[in-house]
Design a protein around this ligand. Sequence first.
Ligand code: FCB
Length: 470
Amino acid sequence: MDTDLTRPSSVAGPDPIDTLPPTFRWGVATSSYQIEGAVASDGRTPSIWDTFCRVPGAVANGDNGDVACDHYHRMPQDVALIADLGLDTYRFSVAWPRVQPGGRWPAHVAGLAFYDRLVDELLGRDVEPWVTLYHWDLPQELEDAGGWPNRDTAYRFADYAELVFAALGDRVRTWTTLNEPWCSAMLGYAYGDHAPGRRNLGDGIAAAHHLLLGHGLATRRLREAASAPIELGLTLNLATADPATDSAADRDAARAADGLGNRLYLDPVLRGEYPQDVIADLAAEGVRIPVEDGDLDVIATPIDVLGVNFYFGQLHSGVDEQGRDRDDDGKPVRRVVRRDLPRTAMDWEIVPESFTDLLVRLHRDYPGTPMVITENGAAFDDEPDADGFVADDDRVGYLTEHLRAVARARAAGADVRGYFAWSLLDNFEWAYGYDKRFGIVRVDYDTQRRIPKRSALWYRDTVRRVRGRR
Ligand code: FCB
């Protein structure tokens, strides 16, 4: 390519990205249901997503993960793509119903063999495996037994974590228990947008607590089982929540959004307590977090790394368009205010400055926990040329500005040690189906051909350049 994409002209002086240290970890992330396909192969049983995709209207175009990117059959080729981009780490998730069909003992040898091969393939190409144990594909049988609102699911998760660790722990150093428990709990059980599609706030909050409990239990099991040093943690999706104005009502709306979206997960894990203001907000809705004695100690089991997924930030207001701060039921108004900002194809506002703010705030409010950006990226309406190549300058711009935001947060003291682009491949974007493309590599779903986009080449060149200073 003749244009030097690694140095967009908008920054005066040295690019902040060049301040990232040689030890910085560079990777890409994916998740099992979004890419693997092969949903009925080698003994895999349905997950809640297989079921949810069959619900009319639940997923755009009636899409499902039956084939997805066919990664299950094309894994070596996909690993080669990662290696060719010069990345040092690959974050992938293990499909629970593939390695423990039905969600209960015993382990399933054929399912585990796939991840065993994947880990070996990665190591053979000098790419470090980073395993996420749960990226939303709960075995359907466990949902039938009550799902995450049922306390027992936390114990089932700890058993599952242990059996995956028994198979891969000799080669995998970094383990994330959960990906984005807010999404599993709230989108899945409170708002109904994700599997299993329940709409009940109490179920959502019970799910959140049991996910966190499962995280703590699994963390303890893995720590006990490990014979060599490992890095353990969980990944949270954190969005900045700023008040639209300085009014008391707007500030309270921002507090509430930050509480339910961010602190409800950060505080128990990193401080061993649930935030009092969130407990009070929930009580006003008639909802109690089902905490039992000792749970918070388990949840606060020390972690080594906090995974941060960042996509956008939002402005919040506590007054409606008529200026009222209570709705017809007398409840406080909670409203997201749209800004006149560029947006991605997900309609998410592009606010890289908020990313810096978030990381600096995490460093200030939860000191001492190293962070890795386990996901960051953007969907745009890609337009391939006749060869399938996508000149996705919008995605290059998004990634550039967000990497700069990370570098600025580091300069302000935030201990961020790595960055993973979401995602390696275009894939099944949950309720949006295949419409939204987040990949730095295009997938032609008719042929399953992979074509690196301009963003992939930019990422490769950026990593190479930053590392070149070693
Ligand atoms: C995150 C999910 C990931 C993907 C991106 C766009 O919330 O972890 O699977 O859907 O959003």
